[in-house]
Design a protein around this ligand. Structure first.
Ligand code: GYE
Length: 310
């Protein structure tokens, strides 16, 4: 790629490289924003981004990675849909000497199979949500329903464990139902409907959703069931997408933990240093997590975020 840059692509910075991005899909607003930001970062830095959408299927992602290897790209960005099953394809990339950077989700594979991973502390996010709920309910009895992310994905596993740790020791708070809704709005609504109709559906005090999109779907289900989300049923979730701030401004959601959609910035920074001087980054580059509540002027935050292409 460096040769190219000095001749045919003279307008690009000298270090223009080709990068394959094996994205999960567009299951959530956060995911769509991550794709947008990744394209913007690549363009800004003069890299050629090859994009593959796996429609939430690991099989498709593995195929995409193999194709990138065959094309001889200079690096691969991989947002792994689930945590297991990556050893072989990561080994192939390693043998081809193509650095792989994991984005936002983690894998169970050995660390020497990828260059670095950019992401948040997923367990911490869940714990922050749990601790927020503990503060809210005090000594009151609170039955919580949980909407889990994609089964087998690192955020679903860690956000569940983190929340449980956050409420640990508070016997007044109980998770009464917990089911996957695959990080989507549609399934969030469907599963919440089933929670509300099931035994104990009238005694739900709070909803914890592993992402905002499922919470937004669930809010709709709560309203259709004749209850007030945000008051009758507290709503706490993760991502901080524009729509959850709109719900917070309307009093229909209570809190969210922010996850930046800009995983590509730190990923390209690490790759550029690696390409240039062989600098090996740390194995984990952690992004910040921040809790937002209704007290944080959600309307203003919505206005400031909505243009990001969420
Ligand atoms: O929270 C969710 C998305 O992998 C951490 O995936 C990410 C999660 C994010 O679909 O909205």
């Amino acid at each position: 790629a460096a040769l190219f840059a000095s001749t045919a692509l003279a307008a690009l910075p000298a270090a223009a490289e080709t990068v394959g991005f094996a994205q999960i899909g567009s299951e959530s607003g956060w995911r769509a924003a991550e794709t947008t930001v990744t394209r913007q970062e690549a363009e800004k830095r003069g890299h050629d981004l090859k994009f593959a959408d796996a429609q939430q299927k690991q099989e498709n992602q593995i195929k995409a990675v193999k194709t990138f290897i065959a094309q001889g790209v200079d690096a691969i960005l991989l947002a792994p849909v689930v945590a297991t099953g990556w050893d072989q394809v990561l080994q192939e990339a390693k043998e081809a000497e193509i650095p792989v950077v994991l984005l936002d989700r983690q894998v169970d594979s050995s660390e020497d199979l990828y260059l670095t991973a950019v992401g948040s502390d997923l367990e911490h996010e869940g714990r922050v949500a749990g601790e927020w709920l503990v503060q809210q309910v005090g000594d009151r009895t609170c039955n919580v329903v949980e909407l889990q992310g994609t089964t087998g994905s690192s955020p679903a596993i860690k956000r569940k464990a983190g929340f449980e740790a956050g409420i640990a020791g508070h016997d007044n708070i109980t998770i009464t139902r917990s089911q996957t809704a695959d990080f989507t709005r549609t399934k969030g609504k469907e599963v919440m409907e089933s929670f509300l109709k099931a035994e104990g559906g009238d005694e739900i005090c709070a909803l914890y959703a592993h992402n905002d999109d499922m919470a937004v779907g669930a809010i709709q289900a709560i309203k259709e069931a004749g209850k007030k989300p945000g008051t009758d049923i507290l709503v706490v979730s993760i991502d901080a997408v524009p729509d959850i701030f709109q719900a917070m401004a309307a009093g229909e959601a209570n809190a969210t933990v922010e996850l930046t959609p800009n995983m590509a910035g730190p990923a390209f920074d690490a790759l550029e240093a690696y390409w240039k001087n062989g600098t090996v980054p740390p194995k984990f580059i952690q992004t910040e997590s921040k809790l937002y509540t209704q007290a944080d002027d959600p309307q203003a935050i919505y206005e400031s975020k909505k243009d990001l292409g969420y």
